[in-house]
Design a protein. Structure first.
Length: 655
């Protein structure tokens, strides 16, 4: 059933009327009526030709709607050509902004009023367009318009900067000149809903530090709204945040309007406006700018509509087929919509394409290697890295060289050579920190590596620092990063300090279907708080999730949570049974067996803690010896060191 609630959308409105109609009708009413009929026929024809529609006509005036400024201006020039060929002169006004759609298809609102006001300001056979329209024009059409300064908007305190085209070099005079900041004028004209926000921003701009703090908070708030339904990965969150930041700092009226729409929660309208803008740029042959705009639309819509995001990212890459940035975004969208298999296929296809440049070939292979590591496909990792190295000679590309180290580090991680993995990660992340825009790359991978090495103190320290740095800059943290920090914190610190990370991370993944990590983090948290009923409920929910068996660390952490509950309830033998059963399942799983030593090191270390707390010193010492041996075999130096310190504290006999 259709809703009676009026809908809003962005539109380009063209107002047309006949100049001097009243005097013409007074002289010759029949000829004036015929001229209006001819003007209406001309307006309808050119509107259809340029993909618009006539939505209102009254007397000698007509209102037209278009989805792009280039089509609107082309239609206006066509009407002007008709008038210049002998028909009575016309006046034309054009404005872009948000409109309200009524049930009968009529359009209402401030944007329509502004277009009509600009029309009334125009002289004979003159076009007047607002700044919001002019900012989107490129090429010859933009050069045909000349600034005429501000135009008052009737019955308001507003002015709109206007640009005019007059074949005789004249225009209707603009009155009531009240200088105002251009970006405020354009944003107000583009989105009445954002009026209060714009005024607030202008007020805050009087104090630079306050304004920057306010803008940072706004950008973070808008990004959180976008990702509240679940995040694909840290890269997708960062791409959304950077898009929001770019829009909030833009000088283009349309992009300011898009930011205001996002602030009001009107994501669909904001994305639609960007897509329309991108199509407009593409028709004008401005492919690089169009690609960027398509990618921005995809970055904003990827959390709500994966298929639409995929289509937008695909358009961006098709327009800029050498772009590493657009390729990466497209691969992520493919994985999000169609799974890792489709992502691998596209990365391989791109790497084998003779038209792909050397940089893109290398990046495609490195990206493929990192994706393979995400799902534990070590053999495919090796193949992708080898293919990247075969094409890196002479490239001298700092980012790709840094990413190559990260990819090799990820491979060493999967092969349980954690000492080498740590060294490569350190080198790669240090190199990326020198490249603008990449200082935060692979933070989550680093935290996971520290945890695997048994360095939970380091993972907790760095996790807190990463989250704090992101909060300070306004960039939201990925929920999985919060969960990783939570689990590390629960190993070495109090539940009180770790709890905010656990709950924020769990809340962030709550909308992700089949994601067990949030429930698992809450199970571990409630165990430390001794709410065992809640802990068991969360643990059961985690085990029932679709991806429980597919995420390597999940089974080990779930086993530990169950064993921890048993130990805290005084059932030490049951604790041992749970841990032994967990390790048998790990070793029996084709996916988890290659990582069995890593899980054994973690679980034996936890077993030792529980035995020591129960006064079973001999059992604790034996478990610590097994943990030390496992950590040493995988290069987990910090884990081995903390276990050795625990043996010393227990005064265990020499192993």
């Amino acid at each position: 059933m259709a809703s009676d609630t009026p809908q809003q959308r962005l539109a380009v409105i063209v107002g047309i009327d006949m100049a001097g109609y009243s005097a013409f009708a007074e002289r010759d009413e029949a000829r004036a009526a015929a001229a209006v009929t001819a003007l209406k026929a001309s307006a309808e024809t050119v509107t259809r030709t340029h993909f618009g529609r006539v939505f209102n006509s009254a007397g000698d005036g007509f209102l037209l709607e278009f989805q792009s400024v280039s089509n609107a201006l082309a239609a206006a020039f066509a009407v002007l050509d008709h008038a210049s060929a002998g028909a009575p002169p016309v006046r034309i006004g054009i404005h872009l902004g948000e409109v309200t759609v009524t049930g009968n298809g009529d359009l209402l609102g401030h944007t329509v009023n502004v277009a009509s006001r600009l029309q009334s300001e125009a002289g004979e056979n003159c076009i007047i367009a607002s700044r919001a329209v002019f900012d989107l024009l490129r090429g010859p059409n933009a050069a045909r318009l000349v600034s005429i300064g501000p135009v008052d908007i009737d019955k308001t305190n507003e002015t709109v900067e206007a640009f005019a085209f007059d074949p005789r070099g004249r225009h209707g005079g603009a009155t009531g000149r009240r200088p105002r900041r251009r970006w405020i004028v354009a944003a107000i004209a583009a989105s009445v809903a954002g009026l209060a926000l714009v005024i607030a921003l202008w007020s805050a701009s009087l104090a630079g530090a306050n304004r920057e703090a306010m803008m940072r908070a706004l950008r973070a708030d808008v990004t959180r709204q976008l990702v509240s339904t679940g995040a694909l990965n840290q890269e997708s969150i960062d791409s959304a945040y950077l898009t929001v930041a770019d829009l909030s700092q833009s000088n283009l009226s349309l992009e300011q309007a898009v930011f205001l729409l996002l602030r009001e929660g009107q994501t669909a309208s904001a994305v639609g406006a960007l897509e329309s803008f991108a199509a407009d740029l593409q028709r004008q042959g401005m492919n690089a700018n169009a690609a960027t705009t398509w990618a921005r639309a995809g970055a904003l819509v990827q959390f709500a509509d994966k298929e639409r995001a995929l289509a937008d990212f695909r358009r961006a890459f098709e327009l800029a087929p050498q772009s590493v940035e657009h390729f990466a975004a497209l691969v992520q969208a493919i994985v999000g919509a169609d799974g890792y298999g489709a992502g691998f296929a596209f990365a391989g296809e791109t790497a084998r394409n003779p038209a792909s440049g050397q940089e893109l070939v290398v990046y495609a292979n490195l990206h493929g290697s990192i994706m393979a590591g995400d799902v534990g496909e070590t053999r495919r990792q090796i193949q992708f890295i080898a293919a990247s190295e075969a094409n890196m000679n002479g490239l001298n590309h700092p980012y790709l060289e840094a990413l190559h180290k990260i990819a090799r580090g990820y491979l060493a991680f999967q092969e349980l050579d954690l000492r080498t993995a740590r060294a490569l990660y350190q080198e790669g992340r240090a190199a990326m920190a020198q490249i603008p825009g990449h200082g935060r790359d692979h933070q989550q991978g680093w935290l996971l590596l520290l945890s695997a090495m048994g360095d939970f103190s380091g993972a907790w320290r760095d996790g807190q620092a990463f989250v704090a740095e992101r909060n300070e800059s306004g960039a939201p943290s990925w929920s999985q990063m919060m969960i990783t920090a939570c689990i590390a914190g629960l190993q070495v610190d109090s539940a009180i300090r770790a709890e905010p990370y656990c709950r924020a991370g769990a809340q962030g993944v709550a909308g992700a279907i089949g994601e067990p990590s949030g429930e698992l983090a809450l199970a571990m948290l409630e165990t430390e708080k001794k709410d065992f009923a809640a802990a068991r409920a969360h643990l059961e929910a985690a085990r029932e999730s679709r991806w429980y068996a597919a995420i390597p660390s999940t089974m080990a952490y779930a086993g530990w949570a169950e064993a921890r509950i048993a130990a805290k309830e005084g059932h030490i033998e049951q604790m041992h049974e749970v841990l032994d059963r967990t390790m048998r399942r790990v070793r029996a799983s084709p996916t988890l067996a290659p990582l069995a030593l890593m899980f054994a090191a973690f679980l034996e270390r936890r077993r030792a803690d529980e035995d020591a707390a129960a006064g079973r010193t001999a059992d604790a010492c034996a478990a610590l010896a097994r943990a030390i041996a496992a950590y040493r075999r995988i290069g987990g130096e910090q884990g081995a060191a903390t276990a050795e310190q625990a043996r010393s504290d227990l005064e265990c006999a020499s192993a």
